[in-house]
Design a protein around this ligand. Sequence first.
Ligand code: ARG
Length: 595
Amino acid sequence: SSKMESITDILHQLFHTAICAAFPDITDPPVVIAVAASNPKFGDYQCNSAMPIANIYKQSGKKVTPRNLAQKILDNLPSHPMVEKCEIAGPGFINIFLNRDYAVKKLQAIFQNGVQPPTVERKKIIIDFSSPNIAKEMHVGHLRSTIIGETIARLLEFLNFEVHRINHIGDWGTQFGMLIAHLQDRFPDHLEKMPPISDLQSFYKEAKERFDEDEEFKKRAYDSVVKLQSFEPKHIKAWKLICDVSRKEFQKIYDRLDITLKERGESFYQTRTEKIVKELEEAGFLENDDGRKIMWGDESTTVPFTIVKSDGGFTYDSSDMAAIKHSFANRLQEEKADWVIYVVDSGQATHFQILFACAKKAGILDPKKHRVDFVGFGVVLGEDKKKFKTRSGDSIRLVDLLDKGLEKALDKLKEKGRDKVLTPDELKRAQESVAYGCIKYADLSHNRNHEYIFSFDKMLEDKGNTAVYLLYAFTRIRSIARTANFTPEKIKELSKKENISLEHEKEWKLGKVLLRFPDEILKTLNDLYPHHICEYVYEIATTFTEFYDSCYCVEKDSSGDIVKVNYGRILLAEATAMIMEKCFHILGLKPVEKM
Ligand code: ARG
């Protein structure tokens, strides 16, 4: 087909065939394919299988040299239009050189069909992300989950999977006891008229203070939980009211950051939790431990799940058992998912390890059929490398953080004098693109396992691997075609007559980076680390700059009139922009035409 495909996958298949044919006496021989170091003499890709195969022979007493083995591999290599030539180097490396005509054909397809995803087997995937807790403020940890989760969801959607984005909000915890009791005291008429609470954080704080100090209040709070959990109508009404206030606040954040989620909080699983607890009990998985009912996972886990508390109540553990069952189970009203992904801070790694172990034990999760991933991430630190807090020690409200981002982004644009060039409308779009883009990108470009330091100054730098640098680079690349009066329609027309140019050394270098797109996507699909895509798009931008510095696309005379247009390069620039745009979409960055 004319679609871009994973180069390493194709090479893997070719070399697998060659190696099996060359060494029929070795079962399951190693096939090692890598992108070559960026020295043109090493070729573009490498096959490094000869050395491990030589070791296998040495172990069985045969004398072989890796160089001879490499030659045998090449003798058996089927030909393929993608591969120009192969050379043996050093002790037995095989350097692989790509064919330019093949590359032109693959990149050219972008103009007719757009940037298409590599083909994967369709699966149903549930991704649980964001998942803040009602009444407790949505904090920067939830922001990380929201940003990383959204990007993984976009990646999966781009690959045409069936994706369900689930917001597993904490809407059924014991905190509702004190919130409802406090609501009843503060606003006795709340059932008739909506109480004027918009700031649940301070409401929560008040309730918590009373809970800690007032024994009588504490007792009423406990009673309220019991009543709520047995669905007493007045308590349900008060609970809904509190949830709605939170929900509205969460939605503001989601709207600003362009996040889509379907709410399915802990309360959704309440009756399902009752059911699964009964099933686990009947199957003999529960053990009595000082009045609580616990369940052990496997050898890899050292703590059990608390399925039922000593007061008979359920826990975070039990509702997650109900949720995972609902995701995988194969009955009516259940999801029948193939893959479930949880995007939650690394502090909960153990919880999910036990969850997966217990789900396997209970026969809910079948490793042969299902995939589960815990996508953990490190904490967000302030510039002082301490936990990210306001000066007064409170946790930072996300709305304030986003507002601050807008303010700083505008400063940045003014510093560059953009307010004098752009219309107010364009300026506003650029401001939002930069503000939200830089917050998302700073998060995504760090390895998610590491903690990361939140710094507006760093993320708004216009050099290095930042959103600002990339958004500017993109705008510049897009404007190249525009200066030569090429609209997207005209580009499409042009691409039918002219080919992308990959002759010049720098053109070819850029072309090969662009061809890696499917591989970068599949790599990220495999390990769910979004920073791969950030590094890739940054590499595209810097390789483009190298190309642009040594190859003219549009030549102008001293009066600014166009004297010559290099069509092959206009096409190369446009293909670059299209692939960058796709990466931006996955990362949640919104490029603007002018900034
Ligand atoms: N609400 C939880 C928290 O804020 C995160 C929930 C994650 N999802 C899950 N299925 N446990 O810590």
